[in-house]
Design a binder for this molecule. Structure first.
Ligand SMILES: C[S@@+](CC[C@H](N)C(=O)[O-])C[C@H]1O[C@@H](n2cnc3c(N)ncnc32)[C@H](O)[C@@H]1O
Length: 211
């Protein structure tokens, strides 16, 4: 692990106590809504969902109320974030929470229908290894739904060039294609979420149906 990685996680640990109180929750809610819709959009509702970099569990909360049969797992390396999520879901048997990074998932092979992640991917130091982990844990035909800032368009290029110092940073389209292809996804598509100026995208990739 790099120093940067430790710095990022320590920062989120510190932030966890106040994370749900700041105005940022409105910002994140606008990103969570289309992700919840995308998870629920298939013909058959998914039963096993994992949220990577789940923070305090707000996306999981939205999924829990929509998918009444589903089992949800939240994964985050910041113990403070997971502690807040444990309080949020106390006594809820359908939610499991794990302290871990996305590149070392404490999950069995082919055990998940949908992997989500919101505003977390650019913080990951080992995006390549993490995406391989996502492919490993997804069942054949399973989906990845990744919402994050991408380094696309004028503002995206600006963000990349200022090199905001955390994780691997904001990926552009060719980099996303290479990362997803090398991890084992056969195709991906993206759509821009409605944030004026800020290049936030929802990326959807599917694991091939052959095991
Ligand atoms: C901006 S917060 C977003 C939290 C949540 N997904 C949301 O939408 O509110 C980013 C989260 O990513 C987590 N994170 C950082 N590095 C990570 C990694 N390598 N693997 C998984 N999560 C990571 C942080 O601890 C933090 O909780």
């Amino acid at each position: 692990m790099t120093r940067q990685h430790h710095g990022d996680i320590a920062r989120f640990d510190e932030w966890s106590a106040t994370y749900d109180r700041g105005p940022g929750k409105y910002f994140f809610a606008r990103i969570h809504r289309p992700v919840v819709e995308a998870v629920c959009s298939g013909r058959v509702p998914p039963r096993r969902i994992v949220d990577l970099g789940c923070g305090t569990g707000r996306l999981l909360e939205g999924l829990l109320s929509r998918l009444t049969e589903a089992e949800l797992t939240g994964v985050d390396p910041a113990e403070g974030m997971i502690a807040v999520a444990r309080t949020r879901f106390a006594g809820e048997p359908r939610v499991r929470l794990e302290v871990a990074t996305a590149d070392h998932l404490p999950l069995a092979d082919a055990s998940v229908d949908v992997v989500t992640t919101t505003m977390s991917f650019h913080h990951w130091d080992h995006q390549d290894a993490a995406l391989r982990e996502v492919v490993r844990v997804l069942a054949p035909g399973g989906r990845l739904l990744l919402a994050d800032v991408l380094g696309i368009g004028f503002f995206g290029r600006l963000l990349r060039s200022t090199g905001r110092g955390h994780g691997s940073g904001y990926r552009n389209a060719p980099e996303m294609t290479a990362l997803l292809r090398d991890a084992g996804f056969s195709a991906w598509r993206r759509r821009r979420l409605s944030w004026p100026g800020i290049p936030i995208y929802l990326v959807e990739a599917r694991r091939s149906t052959s095991p």
